[in-house]
Design a protein around this ligand. Structure first.
Ligand SMILES: [Zn+2]
Ligand SMILES: [Zn+2]
Length: 127
């Protein structure tokens, strides 16, 4: 699967219950919605549909690496400063990598990625 931003092949991150994909170029993370919901529930967070957020149809997002349809931008968190992209067709979730000045790890394991996801959605939930 290619990164929706950089069109480079993403690295697979195998876990016990699923697989995530990480772009080594931008650090972005592609997660299946079922895996994401499992991760959220484990962290005592509501499932993705319960986290709220606002669809921003004006914002341009990349294309789903699985279905090749345009991704939808969902904004949330304080002052709507956070966003993730999602595919309405397969439910896949794209989380942008860290800012440009942060070094992206060459590889990251499932555990590290889960910590990152939980931290993001904790902030996303806050209004
Ligand atoms: Zn990328
Ligand atoms: Zn899709």
């Amino acid at each position: 699967m290619d990164c929706p931003r950089c069109t480079v092949e993403m690295a697979e991150i195998p876990g016990d219950e699923g697989t995530m994909h990480r772009c080594s170029d931008c650090g972005g993370l592609w997660v299946d919605v079922a895996d994401l919901n499992r991760i959220l529930l484990h962290a005592n967070l509501p499932a993705l549909s319960g986290l709220g957020g606002y669809v921003n149809a004006e914002e341009m997002a990349g294309q789903c690496p699985a279905c090749n349809v345009d991704l939808v931008v969902v904004e949330g968190g304080e002052k709507r400063l956070l966003h993730y992209d999602t595919c309405e067709s397969c439910g896949g979730i794209w989380l942008e990598g860290p800012d440009d000045d942060v070094e992206v790890a060459e590889t990251s394991d499932w555990k590290t990625s889960v910590v990152e996801i939980v931290a993001f959605y904790k902030r996303f939930k806050k209004r």
